[in-house]
Design a protein around this ligand. Structure first.
Ligand code: PLP
Length: 240
């Protein structure tokens, strides 16, 4: 005997429980850093998981969700149109996908070149608020990864800040999967220093998006204001 209703109840409980644990851990990490308990936004990264899982997290109070693949995200957004969700785009920004990203998302964490920024600004629908953008920084020069080099971030930030339909909000990083905890802590600290340098130049940054399921406490200790958490909320992703 197989009961769909029971499966569904099971997953409601698990996602709700996981979210509760993550909220506690985020609050504890903030307090340990001497920061207010609500100083970091939790983005629930739902790539690879169905709309039903997102809805369950929503019912548990989650409002910000992250997706990495436009063609996967849009059908889920359509199914969930009745919910007041803020959608964060975390994937690679291909030039032929900018129009869909500009139309469907409220945040982009992975901006790394002016040409794509200009397209997003042009394509942002007139009825929507400016698109919130973060510059992805590639701190270690990993060739397989997107992101602007640290030494080029200031120039890109100045150019992006001038685009009328984008709101430059901050910086994002994504340390190499193989890095050790102390290497990651050093990279997170460098992001915080880069943010401070750009703020000192007059750029209006306030969001530092760093930290995932396995390192968000270290990221918060280093000053993260936005953690992107997938597997610790939704469980392991089916492989693509
Ligand atoms: C998938 C993804 C995450 C979430 O990763 P988990 O390890 O599952 O928490 C966060 N950020 C980005 C950019 C991602 O692609």
């Amino acid at each position: 005997m197989h009961s769909i209703a029971n499966d569904r109840c099971q997953s409601v409980t698990e996602i709700t429980d996981h979210l509760g644990e993550i909220r506690d851990r985020v609050r504890n990490a903030l307090h340990a850093a001497g920061r207010p308990g609500d100083d970091a936004l939790i983005v629930a990264v739902s790539k690879g998981h169905p709309a039903a899982a997102i809805e369950e997290a929503y019912l548990a109070g989650q409002r910000h969700f992250g997706e990495s693949y436009v063609q996967e995200a849009i059908p889920k957004m359509e199914q969930l149109r009745h919910l007041a969700i803020e959608w964060h785009f975390l994937g690679r920004l291909q030039a032929n996908k900018t129009r869909a990203v500009a139309a469907h998302f409220q945040w982009v964490h992975t901006l790394d070149r002016l040409k794509v920024a200009a397209r997003l600004s042009e394509q942002r629908p007139h009825y929507a608020a400016p698109l919130n953008v973060l510059l992805q920084v590639n701190q270690t020069g990993e060739p397989s990864k997107a992101g602007v080099a640290e030494r080029e971030a200031a120039a890109l930030a100045r150019d992006v800040a001038r685009l009328p339909r984008l709101a430059l909000r901050g910086l994002m990083c994504f340390p190499p999967a193989v890095s050790t905890p102390s290497e990651r802590a050093a990279l997170f600290g460098r992001m915080r220093a880069l943010e401070a340098a750009l703020i000192a130049e007059g750029l209006p940054l306030e969001t530092l998006s760093m930290g995932m399921s396995n390192d968000f406490e270290a990221a918060i200790a280093a000053g993260s204001t936005c953690v992107r958490i997938g597997s610790a909320i939704f469980g392991a992703r089916p492989s693509r």
